[in-house]
Ligand binder design. Sequence first.
Ligand SMILES: Nc1ncnc2c1ncn2[C@@H]1O[C@H](COP(=O)(O)OP(=O)(O)OP(=O)(O)O)[C@@H](O)[C@H]1O
Ligand SMILES: O=c1[nH]cnc2c1ncn2[C@@H]1O[C@H](CO)[C@@H](O)[C@H]1O
Length: 439
Amino acid sequence: MKFPGKRKSKHYFPVSARDPLLRDSMLQEMQPESEGGASYIVGIDQTMVDIEARVDENFVARYGLTPGESNILNDDMSEALYQELRSHDLISHQFAGGTVGNTLHNYSVLADDRSVLLGVMCSNVKIGDYAYRYLCNTSSRVDLNYLQGVDGAIGRCFTLISDTGERTFAISPGKMNELRASSVPEEVIAGASALLLTSYLLRSKPGEPMPEATMQAIEYAKKHQVPVVLTLGTQYVIADEPQAWRDFLRDHVSILAMNEDEGFALTGLKDPLMAADKALEWVDLVLCTAGPNGLFMASYTEEEFKRTTQHPLLPGAIAEFNQYEFSRAMRRDCCQQPMKIYSHIAPYMGGPEKIMNTNGAGDGALSALLHDIAANGFHRSSVPNSSKHAREYLTYSSLAQVCKYANRVSYQVLNQHSPRLTRGLPEREDSLEESYWER
Ligand SMILES: Nc1ncnc2c1ncn2[C@@H]1O[C@H](COP(=O)(O)OP(=O)(O)OP(=O)(O)O)[C@@H](O)[C@H]1O
Ligand SMILES: O=c1[nH]cnc2c1ncn2[C@@H]1O[C@H](CO)[C@@H](O)[C@H]1O
């Protein structure tokens, strides 16, 4: 694992006196990690490839699709849509996709370490087909050994970009929802630092086993105290039944990732800070991305061990909300006196000069948060006596540092075409501190 502490520690966890147990020599010893992976993330996804095409505004309306939404197509519509894209030569890119698949891939690239993907894969893969492309475009650090074979195609996600830059997904599901509960291995969930899920998993046709497989994974995660991370799909999935999603969060989820639109659909609050604050009623840690306005995080920490920021205090609906952003996130139930902490960061370097692609920028931010969570697990098992583990923290770094890291990774995604990182961040990121607020 690329341990965040291996970088200049001040970049990732702003302590002035370093942990005496965490000397460089010890970190060196920690580097060669066994293949089994002491610390990994597991996730479930609807296995799919993204087929990106530029279309005119009428296109989306002609197929009766809701703009901006992730729409499900029937077989006839999929075929007609695909044929139209092909005959007009509109397809510009094809990548492996899926929101959890993207996030696990990015996690594995950033951490240079193992993650485990659960889902389906064609039993009979042919060179050049979509399943083949999916496998070829997934990091070799993503463990695909637990995928369940199916007799048929994986999903296709037509990613339709209009003239205005709006992105509409049209999903041809194939067999993507055929994952059975019996294909969810308890031991893999039990050993993970976190279980990653998306709200899309609960959206399937009657009789398809994916929702049951998802609930089975949640049951194992609870049994083994593995934090459940949920990324909300699109606002429409949530807006259909917001109360059911609030109950779901309260009952099953510890860490929530969403963008401001999804936050609004969930809470009825437009301000991402207030939406994140509201979500703390149900979960322990919230990442809320807000496009050109950067991102917010909110969590709990132990009142006695809160740490005051050295950054300027920020105005907002909660006055000086970032006052304790140098604290580390904890589960509310692990705090004797829980207090809420918040942080915000503006886009890294003000955003790229030219945005290549916003698709997956939020997934990128979440993969950085997962890296920090896994690093905490890794550090806990490597240096159990460290003062860093005197209390049960969720993250290795402070909320402010996780924001920085998440934001930095989003920037990287905006700067390339695919939602999946082609390489990790520059090894030392020496410029991070100095150049952060320039431009
Ligand atoms: N127009 C922009 N200018 C600068 N930075 C941006 C812009 N759009 C996004 N970002 C950066 O990317 C991060 C995530 O963006 P956004 O909120 O659009 O994610 P998202 O909608 O969840 O994306 P996806 O669902 O496709 O993964 C933001 O927090 C910000 O750092
Ligand atoms: O229904 C779905 N299930 C899983 N992933 C989806 C669905 N719709 C869109 N995406 C995925 O979301 C990613 C960007 O966040 C895209 O890469 C797309 O593949």
